[in-house]
Design a protein around this ligand. Structure first.
Ligand SMILES: [Zn+2]
Length: 439
């Protein structure tokens, strides 16, 4: 273990950097292969994971013993030694994924071990006065969601929560949120105490990247970088199939790399000047044109509509608007070009919330990349632009909870406890929507 001194708000914090062992990463790789291809023959897993047959036998036997994976004989197999088919145990337990939307709503989704959505609800909580206050509100809103779901507490193995903040996920702490003071604040622990279930918190972008890795554009790709352009600009890096944080354990702050250094640089909501977010995000473009001056921070609800109007001005060629987007795309291209120069990821995904901004951003950004990236790097980098959607909220947070469950070395206790069979509850709830949806 390595201790790192982190200076924040003039206080020094002792950080313990924890590395996930190869053993647990291999187990996770097997789980994801079974999720993607199940039911799958054990004999097919070496090709799907690049792990040895002996290691796969050892790890899958432990997963079966823990009730996380089921094993059945392949009735359709040809003569000879019967094949064993492996599937994630859909009825083994439930995990919960939750996220906040910036308007005081907590979206909570209940998901089976095999990644199947069982129940979803949204609860509103009062405006918090502080981060500890917010943790209390989220805990009580989760309790209400659990009561509404019909699942008992002993059926729910883990909870994963995504937050728009600088987070140390391993320690369960929030280190910075744009609306609260920058003090390392215990967050997962207090929520876990209220709900009586283990809770993991994580930065939103890491959760969005996990949704792409488990269910979307990065399925089967263990090493990639995701950049999102929305209200702000954020990035997440995946390495060996899990999010890569700094040695400090903190998530990335790519949106706050400085792209202008003069005194007249654009102000950012982080308190800094000249951040990438202050130039190329939806917030940055609108704020630098005075189009958010009448709104309290954070202006989440009004951003999409005002940004759509701004892009409409670009499309009709209104003076100033076209140049603003060109400048934003050029700055964004340089920033991600420098990201490629620094880290050289094989795969770069760029998710843009607004489709029309995506259409303008992609070609201008690619031109800026040509001018920024070192010769030889661009030809070996797979770059994909796409429009983001809110599915990541339940897929990413549920996958966070599932990942914690499958990584847990002490989880053998699950098989010792008889568990009720998990079924989709409230197939039709009060709003008439089906509540059981396969991923
Ligand atoms: Zn900033």
């Amino acid at each position: 273990m390595k201790y790192v001194d982190l200076r924040l708000s003039r206080k020094c914090v002792k950080i313990v950097a924890v590395r996930i062992s190869d053993h647990t990463l291999n187990r996770l790789a097997i789980v994801k292969a079974i999720l993607a291809h199940g039911p799958v023959a054990r004999s097919d897993l070496p090709n799907l994971t690049n792990l040895s047959a002996g290691l796969i036998t050892q790890l899958t036997q432990a997963l079966v013993m823990s009730d996380l994976v089921t094993e059945t004989r392949d009735e359709n197999a040809r003569k000879g030694r019967p094949r064993l088919l492996l599937e994630l145990n859909d009825a083994g337990a439930v995990v919960v994924g939750a996220s906040i939307d910036g308007r005081g709503n907590l979206l909570t989704t209940f998901v089976s071990l095999a990644g199947r959505k069982l129940f979803e609800t949204s609860g509103h909580f009062p405006l918090p006065r502080s981060l500890p206050d917010m943790a209390q509100h989220i805990g009580h809103t989760l309790n209400a969601a659990i009561a509404e779901s019909g699942f008992s507490r002993d059926q729910i193995a883990r909870i994963g929560i995504a937050l728009p903040a600088l987070i140390n996920s391993q320690r369960g702490e929030v280190h910075f949120g744009s609306t609260f003071a920058a003090e390392p604040t215990p967050f997962a622990g207090p929520i876990s105490q209220i709900v009586g279930i283990p809770v993991t918190i994580e930065n939103e972008l890491d959760c969005m990247a996990r949704a792409e890795h488990w269910f979307g554009n990065a399925r089967g790709i263990d090493d990639f970088t995701l950049v999102r352009v929305g209200f702000s600009i954020d990035a997440a890096q995946f390495a060996s199939g899990v999010p890569r944080s700094g040695t400090s354990g903190l998530s990335s702050s790519f949106g706050h790399v400085k792209v202008a250094a003069s005194e007249g640089a654009n102000p950012c909501f982080c308190g800094g000047l000249g951040c990438l977010t202050a130039y190329a995000s939806m917030y940055g473009i609108l704020n630098s044109h005075g189009l958010l001056a009448d709104l309290p921070f954070p202006p989440m609800e009004q951003i999409p509509e005002r940004f759509a109007k701004f892009i409409g001005d670009v499309q009709i060629g209104r003076a100033g608007a076209t140049e603003a987007v060109k400048k934003a795309a050029n700055i964004f291209g340089m920033a991600i070009g420098n990201l490629l120069n620094t880290t050289s990821p094989l795969h770069l995904l760029v998710a843009v919330d607004d489709q029309k901004y995506l259409d303008l951003l992609e070609p201008a950004c690619m031109a800026a990349l040509e001018a920024t990236v070192m010769t030889g790097v661009l030809p070996v980098t797979h770059i994909k632009f796409f429009q983001s959607n809110d599915d990541w909220r339940w897929k990413g947070t549920a996958a966070l909870a599932l990942e914690q469950l499958y990584l847990d070395d002490s989880r053998n206790g699950l098989s010792a406890q008889p568990r009720r069979k998990i079924e989709a509850v409230n197939d039709q709830n009060s709003d008439g929507n089906a509540k059981s949806v396969a991923v």
